[in-house]
Structures are given as structure tokens and as C-alpha cells.
Design a protein around this ligand. Structure first.
Ligand code: F6R
Length: 622
């Protein structure tokens, strides 16, 4: 949510910032801006709308400035207009900054600064930080009237003073006109990476804006700052203690973040699933010996096997994967499990008995609510494991141990390949715990054989893309849809509804199919498609009954069924088939046609599926 990028080096900063912002645009896209440090002043361009609009508004000549900061916004405080767009400059005109996060005590600080004579232009929380730094820099005194120490850098000192007043989250890049040879990056609760190239440095919210320039990076931890100057860079805490950081290799490559001939990232990521799942499973599944090898959590497997309760916590699509996980742990390992919305869990004062294990699931590893839920769990002494995609992300670092998804960057705002990998990782964990607790070797081997066949089976589903597109075409104008499933296909129904609503803006509701007659059946008409996920699994006969109930009321059905199921044909106005697999692994297959259906419905309705209205990837604010 919000992307920041900053450049300090010898090349022209402007094109590098624009390119970086385009890479980060999936994090927010309601307004954007850049500030270049040039001849003792800031040259600022800001605009509502996309990066393309910002480009159109840039001055005709290309600035030769080699230092600058840029921002693409997802509005939290104040409308997405030009004034509220970042960068923000302080009342003296000397400090400029870009910010990702939320300043919780901004209103109190703003009141105080106004009393002190600072003028404000915008409604944002960010401008308060700019003015706060500007105030301390200008006065050269802290709030108690103590002067800045003589031997310190006043800009750096003013930043530290300001941060000591702030509650909230931030990833920021900050410039000062009096210090053209200096740039400061600070982090707390929002992601921030410092790319270290040859005579150049790039601060960014994520590695996608850096990897084109360098693969060496420093991952700042919360409460740390990086100061870049003409001699190089150094890192310290925001309370002024020196810290040594290790240079790490960025693990993503440029081709992973290119469209490579696809129209949208979502389309590319759906199509990638046979390969991304193979990578996720690779080296972790030993069918011959009926074992799972998950190096990241191996030291905790004994504790996990003995646990009395597993709590899965996540948001959105990752929560749906968590619901599949709940069913998997219960069925395969016979361990009581429940999935919790991280946003609720964090405020509920949850009861975690001794020995409870918490599993946090997140693609980005930066979701604010999930991070807070993890902190809650850790405070109560629980072992917390992560199922995360982004290597080195905040959740990956905050958890005791974890398993990476290994699916490469997911850029489309609607999560697809991360969901299937999350389910695959939870399946592996549940099978391994089942093996350790009670499952026979035969049962484990049969599950693992099925798991290894999933990538090839997804390929067969992808081959039906044109046909599914026709179904989308026939139904795209309906404004209300129902998604229904039972057992392991119930979380898939929820996920199918979420996919459709978030990118096509069609109202869609996902339900356990049997719940329909407790209310929602009142909605059924021939203008409300009901999508049934009705594969041949343990509740097959039951869901056929539910389909009949809808059809008896004139409802139109789109049915996802098992290949070769002749019996179900008369129940479907549109029939999509998926290859056969066992009950527990159904979601890995049945979700794919629903992703394709949602994608095409949205494209046919003329929407930008990678940048859906009001949304952004990686929800780093509460
Ligand atoms: C929906 C979607 C979101 C995310 C949710 C959690 O397609 O992408 O619902 O799943 O915001 O994000 P992560 O997994 O990054 O924690």
C-alpha cells in the first residue's frame, strides 16, 4: 500500500524514479509524485491518477538531477488529489519526503505544530512528519529546548527528533535542500529496502524497483535508518545506535516481474500455476518414503505434532487458504484447528492455551493486521510459524520459523498463484503431521502421489481457458452471483466470489451450499448465476440436492465438476470440468476455473484487472 522509491547516485534520477514507480504501481495508484533535488531547491511534480498521468505532467526537459524521491499513493488521510499526493515538503521548504504507512498521532502533532506557527497545505498525516522534521531542523532544538549536539549532522538529528514524537508505521525516504549529498531512509512497520549498487543507491518499498539496478540490498528492520552520503552509507537505529547490516542478494529476477507477452499480471500468474506449484513442491515431497521435507520448520515439527490446537491467521485470500488449512489439519492430522481473521484476532484478547501453535499466512509478508496478530500471539508465548511468499518480508522475520511459497513475485492485485501455493504448503504440513500422528504409509504415499500430479492437472484446466471465457461472456452482465461449495470446496466458493467481486465489481457471495436455504435462496432468479463447485467428493450427492433446489426456482447454474461426470450434466447450464483428485486436494484444482472466470468477466466488462478500483496489493495499513 503506497510505493516509495528514491535514487541517489550519478545517473539522472527522474527516469529511474518513474521506472521504479511503474514497478511499484500495484501497491497503490490513485496519485503519484516525484521531487528532484536540484540547484538548492526541490523540483516537484505531483498529480492525481496513475504514473502515466505523472509522466504526462513532467517538465518537457529532463532534469539532470541525480537525487530524488518518488511515491505512488493509496489514500488513507485525505482525498487522492494533487495537494495530498506525495512528496510532501515542510513549511520551510527545506525538507521533502515520501511515506508509506500511517502516523497515528498526527492530529495531536498537527495541532501543536500549527500553534508553533507551521503552515499546512494538505490533509495528510505525512505532511505532519515533514513539518516536524522541518521544525526541529529549523529551530535546532528538541522539544525540551536542548540544542542539537555540535558534532552531529543536523538533518539526521532532526529526523531522529521527529521520529521520537511519532506513533504509527512508516517507510520513508527523506531529503534536505541544505544537504544535497545526503538521503535518509527510515523504517518502522512498513517495508523498506536499500539497494546498494556501484556508486548508486535506491531506497524502495520492495525489490521490484531495485532489481534492474542492483541485486545487492540491505533489508532494514523496524526502528532502523539508512543514511546515504557521498562516502557511501551507514545504518543506525532511530535512537542513534550504530547497527551493522548484512548485504543480501535480492532473490527475484527481472523476467519474473515482466509481463512476458501476457495482457495482465493476473493472467500471467494464473497461467504460471503449474510451474509455480512445481517449484513450491520441488524437493519437499518424497513419495517413495512417504515423507515431507520442510527445512524451514523441521526443528519445530515435534512441537507441532504434539500441539493441542492450531490457529491459522490471515486476511482475504490468504484467510481462504487458512480455511482449507483448518480442514486439512483436522482431517489429516486430527489436530483441532481454526482460522481467524487477523484483524479480529488482534483485538479480541484471544485465549491461547500453552502449546497452541499459530500459523500466519501471507503472500506479501507485510499485511499490517497479520503482523499485529503475530505480535499478539508471540506476546502470549505461542510458537508462531509463517507461510509467506516474499523472502525477508516483515512476517518472515517476525515469525519463529516458516515455509516460503517459492512462487516468485505476485504482482496482480488479485491473488492467484499465492493461494494455490499456500494451500499446497498447508497440505504438505498437514500430511506430515498426519504421518507422524496416525496416517499409514500407504495413505501418505497416495496423498503425496496425488499432490505431485496437481501441476499437470492444472495444465489441463488451463487448456479450457477459451471455453471458460465464453461462459464469462454469457454471464458478465449479471450484477449478482452466488458461489456455493461444500467441504473442501466451500473455501473455494468464498475465494471464487472474492476474485469476481474485487476485479469485476460484480456483487458476489460465497457460501457453504447447504446454508443457502437458510436465507440466500430468496435471492435466486434467472438473473443471478449460481456457481456450484460440485466435484465428485464425499459430499457430492448432497450438493446435487442443493443444485436441484436452485434450478427448481428458475436459477441458472455454472457447475465445476469432475471430468467424465455424465450424471451432473443435466444440472448445469454451463459445465466446467477439472481432473479427479482426492477430497483434500480439490481446492488446488477447483479454484483455477474460478480465477479464469473472474479474470475474463472483468476484462470483458472493460476493467483494469491488475489495478482494481479502491484496492492495492499488500495492505500495510490497518
Ligand atoms: C485478494 C487478495 C487479498 C489478500 C490479502 C492478504 O485477491 O489478494 O485479499 O489475500 O490482502 O494479503 P497477504 O497475503 O499479502 O497478507
Amino acid at each position: 500500500m503506497c510505493g516509495i522509491v528514491a535514487y541517489f547516485g550519478r545517473k539522472h534520477a527522474q527516469p529511474i524514479l518513474i521506472e521504479g514507480l511503474k514497478r511499484l504501481e500495484y501497491r497503490g495508484y490513485d496519485s503519484a509524485g516525484v521531487a528532484l533535488l536540484e540547484k538548492g531547491a526541490f523540483n516537484i511534480t505531483k498529480t492525481p491518477g496513475r504514473i502515466s498521468a505523472l509522466e504526462e505532467n513532467l517538465p518537457e526537459y529532463e532534469s539532470d538531477s541525480t537525487v530524488g524521491i518518488g511515491h505512488t499513493r493509496w489514500a488513507t488521510h485525505g482525498q487522492p488529489n494533487q495537494i495530498n499526493a506525495h512528496p510532501h515538503v515542510d513549511y520551510t521548504g527545506k525538507i521533502a519526503l515520501v511515506h508509506n504507512g500511517i502516523i497515528e498521532n498526527y492530529a495531536t502533532l498537527k495541532k501543536w505544530l500549527i500553534k508553533e506557527g507551521c503552515a499546512f497545505q494538505s490533509e495528510t498525516d505525512t505532511e505532519v512528519v515533514a513539518n516536524l522534521i522541518g521544525y526541529f531542523y529549523d529551530k535546532n532544538q528538541d522539544r525540551n529546548g536542548r540544542f542539537a549536539p555540535k558534532d552531529c549532522n543536523r538533518f539526521e538529528w532532526a529526523v531522529q527528533q521527529a521520529l521520537s514524537e511519532i506513533y504509527g508505521t512508516y517507510g520513508m525516504a527523506i531529503l534536505c535542500v541544505d544537504c544535497p549529498d545526503m538521503m535518509i531512509g527510515v523504517k518502522k512497520g512498513s517495508p523498506l529496502i536499500l539497494g546498494v549498487g556501484k556508486n548508486e543507491y535506491i531506497i524502495a518499498s520492495d525489490a521490484s524497483a531495485i532489481v534492474q539496478h542492483t541485486t545487492q540490498a540491505i533489508y532494514l528492520s523496524d526502528g532502523e535508518m539508512a543514511i546515504i552520503d557521498s562516502d557511501g552509507f551507514y545504518t543506525k537505529t532511530i535512537t542513534n545506535k550504530e547497527v551493522q547490516k548484512e548485504l543480501k542478494e535480492i532473490e527475484i529476477s527481472l523476467d519474473q516481474i515482466e509481463l512476458e507477452g501476457f495482457d495482465h499480471y493476473m493472467q500471467k500468474e494464473i497461467a504460471e500455476q503449474p510451474v509455480s506449484l512445481e517449484t513450491c513442491l520441488n524437493g519437499r515431497v518424497d513419495v517413495k518414503n512417504g515423507r515431507i521435507i520442510l527445512g524451514g520448520v523441521s526443528q519445530y515439527l515435534r512441537e507441532l505434532t504434539r500441539t493441542k490446537r492450531i490457529i491459522l491467521t490471515a486476511c482475504g485470500t490468504a484467510w481462504h487458504a487458512g480455511l482449507v488449512g483448518e480442514f486439512l489439519f483436522e482431517q489429516l492430522a486430527r489436530i483441532p484447528a481454526e482460522v481467524e481473521y487477523a484483524s479480529e484476532f488482534r483485538y479480541r484478547n484471544p485465549i491461547l492455551e500453552e502449546g497452541t501453535v499459530v500459523i500466519a499466512i501471507s503472500q506479501s509478508g507485510e499485511t499490517a493486521d497479520t503482523l499485529a496478530a503475530i505480535e499478539q500471539a508471540r506476546d502470549r508465548g505461542a510458537l508462531v510459524l509463517g507461510v509467506v511468499n516474499v523472502v525477508g518480508s516483515s512476517i518472515a522475520r517476525l515469525t519463529d520459523a516458516g515455509v516460503y511459497l517459492r512462487v516468485g513475485p505476485e504482482i496482480g492485485v488479485a491473488s492467484t498463484k499465492a493461494f494455490t501455493a499456500q494451500v499446497a504448503v498447508l497440505s504438505m504440513l498437514a500430511i506430515e503431521l498426519g504421518r507422524r500422528r496416525h496416517l499409514s504409509t500407504d495413505a501418505v504415499q497416495s496423498l503425496l502421489r496425488e499432490l505431485m500430479e496437481i501441476p499437470a492437472k492444472i495444465k489441463r484446466i488451463l487448456a479450457q481457458t477459451d471455453y471458460i471465457r465464453q461462459i464469462a461472456q454469457a454471464n458478465k452482465d449479471h450484477e449478482n452471483w452466488l458461489f456455493l461449495g461444500r467441504g473442501f470446496n466451500y473455501p473455494v466458493a468464498l475465494e471464487g466470489a472474492l476474485k469476481l467481486k474485487e476485479i469485476s465489481y460484480i456483487h458476489a457471495e460465497g457460501l457453504p451450499a447447504a446454508e443457502m436455504k437458510h436465507g440466500p435462496i430468496a435471492l435466486i432468479t434467472d438473473r443471478m448465476p449460481a456457481v456450484f463447485v460440485a466435484t465428485r467428493c464425499s459430499q457430492y450427492e448432497k450438493i446435487i440436492g442443493n443444485i436441484e433446489e436452485v434450478r427448481a426456482r428458475g436459477g441458472k447454474t455454472i457447475v465445476v465438476a469432475t471430468e467424465g461426470d455424465e450424471h451432473i450434466k443435466p444440472y448445469a447450464d454451463h459445465l466446467i470440468t477439472v481432473p479427479e483428485t482426492c477430497d483434500q486436494l480439490q481446492p488446488l484444482l477447483t479454484v483455477v476455473p474460478l480465477q479464469i472466470l473472474a479474470y475474463h468477466a472483468a476484462v470483458l466488462r472493460g476493467h483494469d484487472v491488475d489495478k482494481p478500483r479502491n484496492l492495492a496489493k499488500s495492505v500495510t495499513v490497518e
